[in-house]
Design a protein around this ligand. Structure first.
Ligand SMILES: NC(=O)c1ccc[n+]([C@@H]2O[C@H](COP(=O)([O-])OP(=O)(O)OC[C@H]3O[C@@H](n4cnc5c(N)ncnc54)[C@H](O)[C@@H]3O)[C@@H](O)[C@H]2O)c1
Ligand SMILES: [Zn+2]
Length: 691
């Protein structure tokens, strides 16, 4: 989460100030019209902040066209007047910002705010929906805040905004129109079929779709309500009185009862908080859920819940004073696709990876991002040289979302799709969306042996990639099972191999034989079973034989295993049997220490006696002391052996944070959530028996 002041574009003189205003107005005009802005949100926001900085330093030079203090940067229009202005929101960027904003509001009111409502900030376009006697009569965009455009033609295409309400009330509801991920996929396919181009992202797809009138195809939209007010001429009477006086949280419940969709229908429903710490906790929870949501959010909206507090705080020309948006870091950036690499994974999967001109997103530089598969490239019609939207979702590798078609120069070229395996030249199995070399894992023997020998798997010291290549070329190994039967003579016969290095390597291979089952299993490279899944499998089954005896149903009971993955695992293990037999015959360990029935040394320890039993533990920062040499994977193994669950992100469910030197945002988050924090030394003491 961002804690620093956000960046801004430094405008050195009046000419660059004027130019920046023009850029911002043009971008905003396109953004609020059909979503075809030439710049991404981060670039836009930096420019706007640059303009604000310049105006603060040169108050007498402020241009009448300045976007500051104007809804939609003053670039949107409309001819349907709003009953009450539709404003924007001010922003905060850090817990400190939030605390001072809340304190400022309470100072203005001269008393504490009774209750705060906290809900996700939906990333779409604001709309006003007018219901008369329970029927949806008119849709109006936000426009310049005072008047918007009539987009009633979209009635009937917006999920969450029913044509009739549960009661025949006259009411105006306000909220965000957007596309869910599934609606966006569908819209891209339809637009490609009809116009030969995909949409750049869900927001611009929603903007374009809302205003489009003569399309030969229909794209579905989604609405989430965040406001409701009386609609003239019905602005007296009980309903109107209710709408004016109910707290926001009750208003939302009322609207939901009428059949209009609100945040309550999402995995991140709105809540009421009474302290800033509670607001902050909810912000953390929503931020943590962001990557998994089936729609985009760009922040969290915090508002005074009570109508009386709102009325007393009032509005500025651009935004209410009783609400603010806690902005989350931008999740999307526009980059340039300069090449596509077709890499063969250790399991033979041939997957396209986009190479980008380096772009910075949420503080990290991105050069590679996944393009999923060949069908995705064709389905969105990507070309080389395309400007593309690049998205980051949590810790997973960034993905390229769509070409930004309106920014194409015409110099883009087709992406070459391989006919044969780029690694071995054999044919490609294209029967599934994810292509595979017909040679499967054999195709990438080298990569797979490098993987198996790696630090988080068998950890064979001194076995470099070049050495493995040499062994493969010499024909003394074909898979990593062969490593365990290598003789002294075979190894020393290799180039640049001396007596002592041969002895050392043989010893390292011997040591690797006693790695726990979790690592041996992980080394097999079964699809869908990385380090943590391998640990779960090993702990669940205890022995390799138990794993091999398990059918799909049994495997499915492992935490995080779906049916598809389990089925795949069973079939892959069948293929891997010869290799597993080879490992067994060579004396490689096939049990997980500490698991009952696995024949490990500490069989008699029951789960309840383990020091971390039932605890969710997160590690952050640099480990020191007894834990100094451990990789993050080794730390996670340790936690799980001691009965805990290793997790990579701090949430309300975290039981313990082990914070080493230079612990940053995770520590801050644990502090706000009140999660117990201990240092590496104390943690080492806690789990000393397992070190
Ligand atoms: N890329 C571009 O060219 C470009 C141009 C213009 C604006 N933008 C982006 O849009 C932002 C500014 O847009 P804005 O003025 O529409 O304001 P905003 O998006 O910062 O916030 C105000 C809006 O949030 C919406 N909202 C979503 N969920 C809400 C909730 N639960 N409660 C209340 N409101 C909610 C409402 O529509 C409201 O009008 C900029 O920060 C920028 O990132 C980008
Ligand atoms: Zn191949």
């Amino acid at each position: 989460m961002t804690t620093d002041a956000p960046p801004y574009t430094h405008l050195a003189d009046r000419a660059s100030y004027t130019a920046a205003i023009q850029t911002v107005r043009d971008a905003a005009a396109a953004y609020y019209a059909d979503g075809t802005s030439p710049i991404d949100d981060a670039t836009y926001d930096d420019l706007v902040r640059g303009i604000a900085q310049y105006e603060a330093a040169h108050p007498d030079e402020v241009d009448a066209d300045s976007p500051i203090d104007k809804v939609a940067a003053g670039a949107a229009t409309g001819d349907v007047p709003h009953t009450v202005p539709m404003l924007s929101l001010d922003n905060v960027f850090s817990p400190d910002d939030l605390a001072s904003w809340a304190a400022g509001l309470e100072r203005r009111l001269g008393r504490p705010v009774t209750a705060w409502s906290v809900e996700p900030k939906f990333d779409g376009l604001a709309i006003s929906a007018r219901y008369r006697d329970g029927r949806l009569a008119q849709l109006v965009t936000r426009g310049n805040g005072t008047a918007g455009e009539d987009v009633s033609h979209a009635i009937g295409t917006i999920d969450g905004l029913p044509a009739t309400l549960a009661e025949p009330v006259t009411i105006e509801v306000r909220g965000e129109v957007m596309m869910t991920t599934a609606q966006f996929d569908d819209a891209c396919a339809k637009r490609l079929a009809h116009e030969g181009a995909a949409f750049a992202n869900a927001r611009s797809a929603a903007a374009g779709t809302l205003r489009a009138q003569d399309r030969p195809y229909t794209c579905q939209l989604t609405f989430f309500c965040y406001g409701a007010l009386p609609l003239p001429p019905h602005d007296s009477g009980d309903t109107a009185q209710h709408l004016r006086t109910l707290p926001h949280s009750d208003l939302m419940a009322m609207v939901a009862k009428l059949g209009v969709q609100t945040a309550a229908a999402t995995p991140v429903p709105g809540i009421v908080a009474t302290t800033v710490a509670a607001i902050q906790e909810r912000i953390s929870e929503i931020a943590a859920a962001r990557a998994e949501l089936p729609f985009g959010i760009d922040g969290i909206v915090i508002r005074a819940d009570l109508a009386a507090d709102q009325a007393e705080a009032g509005f500025s020309s651009r935004a209410p004073r009783w609400a603010t948006a806690y902005k989350l870091p931008a999740a999307e950036v526009i980059g340039k696709l300069v090449a596509v690499q077709w890499a063969v994974g250790r399991t033979g999967i041939i997957a396209p990876r986009g190479v980008l001109e380096p772009v910075v997103l949420d503080g990290s530089t991105i050069t590679y991002a996944t393009l999923h598969n060949a069908a995705f490239i064709a389905g969105r019609d990507f070309r080389l040289g395309d400007p593309v939207t690049v998205k980051k979702a949590g810790d997973v590798i960034p993905r390229i979302e769509a070409p930004v078609v309106h920014l194409r120069t015409g110099d883009e070229t087709a992406i070459a799709i391989p006919d044969v395996c780029p690694n071995c030249g054999q044919s490609i199995d294209k029967s599934q969306e994810r292509w595979r070399c017909v040679q499967g894992r054999k195709c990438y023997a080298l990569a797979s042996i490098v993987y198996a020998a790696g630090r988080d798997q068998l950890d064979i010291e001194g076995l470099a990639k070049s050495r493995i290549e040499q062994m493969l070329d010499a024909g003394i190994i074909a898979d990593f099972g062969d490593l365990f039967t290598l003789t002294y003579e075979q190894i020393i016969s290799l180039d640049r191999m001396g007596e002592s290095s041969t002895t050392k390597l043989l010893a390292a291979i011997e040591t690797a034989k006693s790695q726990p089952l979790s690592r041996v299993f992980c080394a097999l490279g079964v699809r869908g079973t990385g380090r943590s899944m391998s640990r779960r499998i090993a702990r669940h089954f205890g022995t390799m034989d138990n794993i091999l005896d398990a059918d799909t149903d049994a495997i499915r009971t492992v935490d995080g295993m779906g049916t598809e993955k389990a089925t795949l695992m069973v079939s892959e293990l069948r293929e891997l049997l010869p290799l597993i037999d080879k490992l067994k015959a060579a004396g490689v360990n096939m049990t997980e220490p500490g698991v009952a029935g696995a024949g490990g040394s500490d069989d008699d320890v029951t789960a309840a006696e383990l020091p971390l039993n039932g605890m969710s533990v997160v590690v952050t920062g640099a480990m020191t002391g007894a834990l100094d040499a451990l990789s993050r994977n080794e730390m996670n193994e340790l936690i799980e052996r001691a009965g805990g669950k290793a997790s990579s992100s701090v949430s309300a469910k975290t039981s313990l944070l082990v914070a080493g030197e230079k612990a940053g945002s995770k520590r801050a988050k644990a502090e706000t959530l009140g999660v117990k924090i201990i240092g590496p030394d104390d943690f080492a003491d806690m789990i000393a028996a397992f070190l």
